[in-house]
Design a binder for this molecule. Structure first.
Ligand code: NAD
Ligand code: TYD
Length: 351
């Protein structure tokens, strides 16, 4: 079946893996990658598919409502996979308004444009909204986030994502827009901007810079390999039930300090340096304000209904991720030049 799918945020970390998967796997689909190329968006992520006949790139800002309407007028879009977002918690603490504009206003602009273009005839249409487990808040020592867990966002980032999720649901309830939402845990893998924990620490170990651990390092996250997230999105897009939420997670919880020690060991091996060398870079710094203690996803529904499970063990995924960063020095140098330096100094001025 032919489709024209608008994927937003396709030049970013997760979006680029989703675009690549869809372009390669579905030659009959036209994939439109809409991205404003913020600091986190990088077309180098898609060099291998940029000349494929079923791929096009549109540079546009989802905050621009007129532009969104124009794009829906110019292309026969029948589905949206919406990933464009401001995505880093630390940046949301310094600049909450940027997150409200892109994550909330931008999402509502897309919902309006889709609703208008589809003229309330929603046969074979889909608005798929990609969200995060952070909307559920923070867990104690036990328990898991279920699809029914009440929302309790606690950072400006998660508040903006929770708000966008609620607007997507409101458009289904009020106008009958066909939607599906997925909420995923922390991703890792190739092409992640080195402000997030894993690529930041790989880059710092490579450059023998301190590894800034917030607070006591005993915060817990559930980690999923990004290509497994992209495969889950493919499954949910094609077989998910309309109106449903699907949680996606790695069944793979790590306290930050244990993860960092495992990363340090692997890095020592890869860099042919004595075991223990990278760990000497560990530096505890002032905690992130409002730092969520623990996230953990129960992805049983996705597993039971659609047969999805993560394909990679964490050690293997981490090893592949390190190899990617070590062999893509030019990518890393390009994204860490310019404004990245200013961000780094402001965020980590104490070390
Ligand atoms: P990212 O920051 O790497 O990429 C975001 C992309 O959106 C970039 O290419 C950027 O240029 C684009 N963008 C930002 N503002 C835009 C705007 N106003 N108009 C058009 N494009 C804009 O983010 P990511 O980590 O790939 O996350 C993608 C999505 O997945 C987000 O919605 C995020 O909330 C969600 N998510 C991320 C994770 C994770 O661990 N990274 C986990 C669960 C869910
Ligand atoms: P991050 O990659 O920012 O993802 P999120 O906050 O969305 O889960 O951070 C993952 C964990 O690592 C989180 O508990 C914060 C911690 N962290 C540090 O300790 N130091 C850092 O420099 C960064 C970026 C994160």
């Amino acid at each position: 079946m032919k489709k024209t799918i608008l994927i937003t945020g396709g030049a970013g970390f997760i979006g680029s893996h989703v675009v690549r998967l869809f372009v390669n796997k579905y030659p009959d689909y036209q994939i439109l990658n809409l991205d404003n190329l913020t600091y986190a968006g990088n077309l180098e992520n898609l060099k291998d598919i940029e000349n494929k006949p079923n791929y096009s790139f549109i540079k546009a800002d989802i905050v621009d409502a007129d532009k969104m309407n124009e794009i829906f007028t110019n292309y026969p879009i029948d589905s949206v996979i919406h990933l464009a977002a401001e995505s880093h918690v630390d940046r949301s603490i310094s600049n909450p308004l940027d997150f409200i504009m892109t994550n909330v206003v931008g999402t509502v602009n897309l919902l309006n444009a889709a609703k208008t273009a589809w003229k309330d005839n929603f046969n074979d249409k889909l608005f798929y909204h990609v969200s995060t487990d952070e909307v559920y808040g923070s867990l104690g020592e036990t328990g898991l986030f279920l699809e029914t867990t009440p929302y309790d966002p606690r950072s400006p980032y998660s508040a903006s994502k929770a708000s966008s999720d609620q607007f997507v649901r409101a458009y289904e309830n009020t106008y009958g827009l066909p939607i599906v939402i997925s909420n995923c845990s922390n991703n890792y893998g190739a092409n992640q901007f080195p402000e997030k924990l894993i690529p930041l620490f790989i880059n710092n170990i490579k450059n023998k810079k301190p590894l800034p651990i917030y607070g006591d390092g005993k915060y817990t996250r559930d980690w999923l390999w990004v290509e497994d997230h992209a495969k889950a999105i493919d499954l949910i897009f094609h077989r998910g039930k309309l109106g449903e939420t699907y949680n996606i997670g790695g069944f793979n919880e790590w306290q930050n300090i244990d993860l960092i020690k495992a990363l340090c060991k692997l890095m020592d091996d890869k860099l042919n340096q004595p075991q223990g060398t990278s760990e000497t870079l560990i530096t505890y710094i002032k905690d992130r304000p409002g730092h969520d203690k623990r996230y953990a996803i129960d992805a049983t529904k996705l597993n039971q209904e659609l047969g999805w499970s993560p394909s990679l063990q964490f050690e293997e995924g981490l090893s592949k991720t390190i190899d990617w960063y070590l062999s893509n020095e030019e990518w890393l140098n390009n994204v860490t030049s310019g404004n990245y330096q200013n961000y780094y100094i402001t965020q980590y001025e104490t070390i």
